[in-house]
Design a protein. Structure first.
Length: 165
């Protein structure tokens, strides 16, 4: 996956950190909806589940490596609470990946969705509000750092593998 596909339909260069992370939240919420709509279609459900797992893992890495360290300086208690919520999200993601029985999937996704909604509430209210008190320049610089990190995490493997043979 490259940056263009990772940011499809999302803010790009020049966006603020909160715009980028809100777009991630919306994208993940759409994947939960796709999963629910595919209830009677096992293949579509599997694809939605895989996409959901990948996007949640990417979002987790992005916030843990860039966003929370930046917010730690400004709002240490809020950043710590949000980091803790990510720990819970990560446990559900791992449980989904490691499940041995697809019958466990529905309950895990329901729990994961509730935990994700809690994460969004924790972040978009107090943490983003604190971020938006920073200067526009600081918000855009953090947005640039998020995009750069997302690009590092999602870059195509073509440069590592060489040309197709």
């Amino acid at each position: 996956m490259d940056l263009d596909s990772a940011l499809e339909g999302k803010p790009a260069e020049g966006a603020t950190a909160s715009e980028i992370l809100r777009a991630d939240h919306s994208s993940i919420e759409r994947l939960f909806t796709e999963y629910a709509r595919a209830a009677d279609e096992p293949n579509a459900r599997h694809v939605a589940l895989e996409g959901l797992g990948m996007q949640l893992e990417l979002h987790d890495k992005l916030e843990i490596s860039v966003f929370y360290p930046a917010m730690q300086e400004r709002e240490p208690q809020l950043a710590a609470a949000a980091r803790s919520a990510h720990d819970s999200l990560r446990k559900f993601i791992v449980a989904l990946r490691e499940r041995t029985d697809d019958s466990q999937c529905g309950a895990l996704v329901t729990q994961l969705k509730a935990e994700f909604e809690r994460h969004v509430t924790l972040e978009e209210e107090p943490l983003f509000t604190a971020l938006e008190r920073c200067s526009e320049r600081q918000q855009r610089e953090l947005g640039t750092a998020l995009i750069k990190r997302k690009e590092e995490l999602t870059r195509s493997t073509a440069e590592l593998e060489g040309p197709a043979t």
